[in-house]
Design a protein around this ligand. Sequence first.
Ligand code: PHB
Length: 395
Amino acid sequence: MNAIGPFFRQHARKTLLAATLALLGSASFAQTSAKLKIGLMLPYSGTYAALGNAIENGFKLYLAEQGGKIAGREVDIVKVDDESDPSKATDNVNKLIKRDNVDVLIGSVHSGVAMAMAKVAKDSGTLLIVPNAGADAVTGAMCAPNIFRSSFSNWQPGYAMGEVMAKKGIKKAVTITWKYAAGDETVRGFKEAFEKGGGSVVKELNLPFPNVEFQALLTDIAATKPDAVFTFFAGGGAVKFVKDYAAAGLKKSIPLYGSGFLTDGTLDAQGADADGLQTALHYADNLENPKDKAFRLSYAKTYKLQPDVYAVQGYDAGQMLGIGLRATNGDATKKAEFAKAVEAAKIDSPRGAFSLSKAHNPVQDIYLRQVTGKENRLIGVASKALVDPARGCKM
Ligand code: PHB
């Protein structure tokens, strides 16, 4: 007994030591046993506040479907209100990485904020999924193996609407938007297709983001008398623009078109002033594929609200995260495996299934929609499986 006891104790100690070393040696164990920390950087105030909330709702709906876990890991969400302010974005994102030690970043809505996030993500190697902002550079010149987008590029809806308007035989258009990446790039995409199709942009009107003093610009449109107006506005600014356009008496005389953000998530507030407007976007309210039906039902039940494009993009950011992390057993540091899985995936989105381009931007149908009552109703496909040109992306 006395001779055997120490032998067993020594053996047990060795086994325990070996097991401990194995565990310590396995970064994966340490990584995947802790909660997955997700930094959710979105606007919760200002003109895009409703957009941030819808993205969070969509993301959380996905999470709830997974029983609150992603790839077996419990989730801890750290939220930041980025205020759609690019000048605060680098500090905000650095705090999430360095102070809060997030494993993954999800954000944001505003293109300027997203470009700051992409720069930090690229430099630090942190996984980033952009659930709205369309900044072309995010999946263009700034593209990186650890940066993904569940939404669109600014070029996409602009280009699709340019094709549609040229095909309608519209010749002279005025554009009006906020002067920052989203407005500039949407208009650039529009102009590219519209002029290729025989139209010409006779005037490009701008005002600083997020200003809504449209009066002088509307007077200019009335005096210029184009065949049509093309615009990018979103959120609170889009509500005011559509109302002011109608109040100025322009709706009857000069047809207004836009990228679909003009009328998405805004129809309750715009009321009859939005009725009949045609826009292009990667979502519509009556797609009625099985995934969309289930999504809309579940969203309405959970939030007592109808979903919009932002909710879909938040939900799909969740789906992309789930696909990537399941391939790494929940380890957010295995970036190559994460990327390989997401790159190979067909994402079963409420918008219709999509895959990612080489630059990690959705390759997707852009729908032509028309406002009828409180819905953006599908009236056709403006552009099928539209691929962003990803100018400047070297990956
Ligand atoms: C953007 O800044 O990229 C942006 C913001 C709101 C939208 C779409 C794009 O609805």
